[in-house]
Design a protein around this ligand. Sequence first.
Ligand code: ADP
Ligand code: MG
Length: 396
Amino acid sequence: MLPGGVRPLADLPVEGRRVFVRVDFNVPMKQGRITDDARIVAALPTIQELLRRGAKTILASHLGRPDGKPDPAFSLEPVAARLAELTGQDVTLADEPVGDGARRVASDVRDGELGMLENMRFDPREEANDPVFAKELSTYCDVYVNDAFGAAHRAHASTAGIAAHVIDKGAGLLMAKEIDVLSRLLDQVAKPYVAVVGGAKVSDKVDVLDALLFRVSHLIVGGAMANTFLAAQGRNMGKSKIEADKLAAARLILKRASERGVTVLLPDDVIAASSLDAPAGSVVDVADMPADLMALDIGPRTLLRYQAVLKDARAVFWNGPMGVFEKAPFAAGTMGIAHAMAENTNALTVVGGGDSAAAAAVAGVTEKVTHVSTGGGASLEFVQGLRLPGIVALAT
Ligand code: ADP
Ligand code: MG
């Protein structure tokens, strides 16, 4: 049994039975072509185990934002074709998420075969978690498996509602790994537990920061988020990106951190430039930031301080780049954090967030850290100790 009373795939009676698998096939597309099939590849272990065990597998996913109506631009057709290539098996795609066509695909699939329903979000009842829609989906199967961790923080019909109508249910292999690793960052977490947060905005993550203060020993801050914290401490940050309406929130977080004995680390030097397109930046002390420059990465002195803390950590959760890592002159801070995490093999090291996962891949540490989460919003909710509807629904 997984934490939270969730059954793993190995314990589910799938042999010869109809298994509805909610996957996250929300892949990036350009002009009808898949530009990155990583999410399909990530679901393969679960799908292959089901094929091997002779299940009648019915796959369901959302793709993009078709706003509750059928739209060929968001059809799962290219995904079904790619999955067929990857598995070497036919994938029969229904022309709708529910209804006669969907029911036919679900009832025609045989042992060891794959069927797929059309984009769940072609029906507005998916995101509304409509009970009639959820019930109809449940009639297509004997067993419900959720492997879509990236959608587990949403209570939708195919990620949560359906589970109320199915007795045999549990987590796919991808979901199980997420639950297993992320749970180790909760109450039993090894200390020192260091959270590294950065990225574009404080406003996205105020709640996360606040919740993490109950759990972490150190809070390392970088990215544009750090600018707002420094401004809140009275620093003049020049032309840097700052959220003027979040200064009070940042001050409150700093106050709570000191009350709770959490060490907050902020940059004391940064890489600054006159614009995002500048070919290079210069190292500047935050104490004398020029009025015409903006902070676009943490500086080398700051990176060394941050790396020293990461070296002694026993658990690390990282969300949000330290700078504009997409541009070479401003990538060093983010890359340095990624490498420090990979080098600390004594610690549980977890990366969450879409851009952070991309940065980890650029740094070449995806296989060297303990885990790169497949869920951005979902991983942030999990590490706060929140109950995710898609996981709660699986509990038996
Ligand atoms: P994640 O997707 O991992 O949760 P975010 O979406 O919060 O991360 O933030 C990522 C973005 O933040 C990146 O596109 C990066 O360029 C931007 N960013 C980081 N630091 C700065 C900065 N100092 N100024 C402007 N943008 C920044
Ligand atoms: Mg992002």
